[in-house]
Design a binder for this molecule. Structure first.
Ligand code: GTP
Length: 427
């Protein structure tokens, strides 16, 4: 029987800055979307592939920050070994794979998946694996999707042979248009890839020792290896790297706005499995539920409140009478008062919204009129220095008083607001 492994890349504390202020309280991969940490969606996708025996999470977060999550995942998926391996420095997307090569190779897997931890998707891993297995000469298979002409340059762009699907050309974030076929950040590699990584590693070390600045240079840069530039670019044109194209939902999760978008799609994926207990339905004596909604069992929602569509309510949250919540994530221990409205917003941990208040943001969804459009992870400010309309984010422990409106604003943690705000970052 073939054996496979999976590696999930989660980077570390200095990364994910566009996710602030939400990543100030919790590592970005552990931020809950559709009721569970972003990373749990990856773990569940990998664990559902029958022949995957081990999932290795690679990053440079301190191990203690990941320990509880990893333990929880290990207990939920007892037939798969799940471990966190901490890089001693940011090693790039392939440096950790090279550094922990013995851990990946042990047990002699036939191949291993690599998933970027900051993508969210309806991962078609089984079909991708089948595709990879059908290509005897494949050292790598890369998942790709169609993007718009204009947005494609923000991603890794691929030119393929339309018949064999082998990768002819790969350019990471090209300066000018190359192709609308983009890298989804999901790969399968055979163990032959380690020979290539060894060569790249040796070359970089040699360059470092021969450089003018020599040993004064940043050593983590010396050890960093990138899958995109150091692996996919040279593999292109060798007839050993292939493209598996998907039209399933796929998005990156860079900004807090993309979390609302991902929340909606992950909630929708739960509807596929009728036995999925994460979605709630209308019940006698319960709140009114519209569309896809998840509520942590410890939360209490007043029966006269209305939730949905696309709402996630966290642990120990309290929602008051007559309150309306749509397209939002309410994080653990928050309290939403009576008759308030929350729409296109993330309410941070242990925050409090008073009565008759309105917290509202603007959706940042991909342009619905453009086929294949992806989320824009644009700048926070426009050219005249004003905050671009975005979802509203309340950092942790924020207090919003009663009878105010907070519109398109970002509120940093521990802030007690005195009134209404519009299009502002409140420090
Ligand atoms: P940006 O648009 O600049 O964010 O680039 P990108 O989308 O190509 O992302 P990037 O290459 O920074 O990261 C791709 C994936 O690799 C993400 O899931 C990161 O969490 C992960 N990653 C990035 N750097 C490292 C690293 O040093 N170590 C590990 N383990 N993962 C990393």
């Amino acid at each position: 029987m073939p054996v496979y492994k999976a590696v999930i890349l989660i980077a570390g504390p200095q990364k994910g800055t566009r996710f602030r202020p939400l990543s100030l309280d919790v590592p970005k991969p552990l931020f809950p979307v559709a009721g569970i940490p972003i990373l749990q969606h990856h773990v569940e996708a990998c664990a559902s592939v029958p022949d995957i025996v081990e999932i290795l999470v690679l990053g440079f977060y301190p191990a203690h920050e990941m320990a509880a999550f990893i333990q929880e995942m290990a207990s939920q998926h007892s037939s798969v070994s799940i471990r966190y391996l901490q890089e001693y420095a940011p090693l790039g997307t392939a440096g950790g794979i090279y550094h922990f090569r013995d851990q990946i190779r042990v047990g002699n897997p036939d191949a291993f998946f690599v998933l970027n931890g900051d993508v969210c998707a309806d991962f078609p891993l089984k079909d991708m694996l089948e595709f990879h297995r059908s290509k005897a000469e494949a050292v790598s298979t890369l998942m790709a999707t169609e993007a718009t002409h204009q947005q494609s340059v923000n991603f890794g762009c691929i030119v393929e042979d339309k018949t064999s699907h082998s990768i002819l050309h790969y350019v990471e974030k090209p300066e000018t248009y190359v192709s609308t076929l983009i890298n989804c950040g999901v790969y399968i590699f055979s163990l032959q890839i380690f020979t290539m990584l060894q060569t790249v590693f040796t070359r970089k070390q040699t360059e470092y020792y021969n450089s003018v600045t020599g040993m004064d240079a940043d050593t983590s840069k010396r050890d960093a290896i990138w899958l995109e530039k150091d692996v996919m670019v040279p593999l292109a044109g060798t007839n050993s790297a292939f493209v598996y194209q998907t039209s399933n939902w796929w998005s990156q999760i860079k900004s807090a706005g993309s979390a609302i978008y991902a929340n909606r799609h992950y909630l929708n994926l739960y509807t596929r499995d009728v036995s999925n207990s994460r979605l709630v339905s209308n019940k006698e004596g319960g709140p009114k539920i519209i569309g896809d909604v998840t509520i942590h069992p410890s939360a209490s929602v007043h029966p006269s409140a209305t939730l949905g569509p696309n709402v996630s309510i966290g642990k120990n949250v309290r929602v008051g009478a007559g309150t309306r919540i749509r397209e939002s994530i309410v994080l653990g221990n928050s309290v939403i008062g009576d008759h308030s409205l929350i729409i296109y917003s993330v309410i941070g941990w242990s925050s409090k919204v008073g009565d008759w208040s309105r917290v509202e943001g603007t959706p940042e969804d991909p342009n619905p009129n453009k086929p294949f459009a992806k989320m824009e992870n644009g700048p926070l400010f426009n050219s005249s220095g004003q905050l671009n309309p975005s979802i509203t984010i309340l950092g942790g422990h924020v207090v919003v008083p009663s009878e105010v409106i907070i519109l398109n604003s970002i509120v940093l943690p521990h802030k007690e607001l005195g009134g209404s705000y519009k299009n502002q970052i409140i420090l």
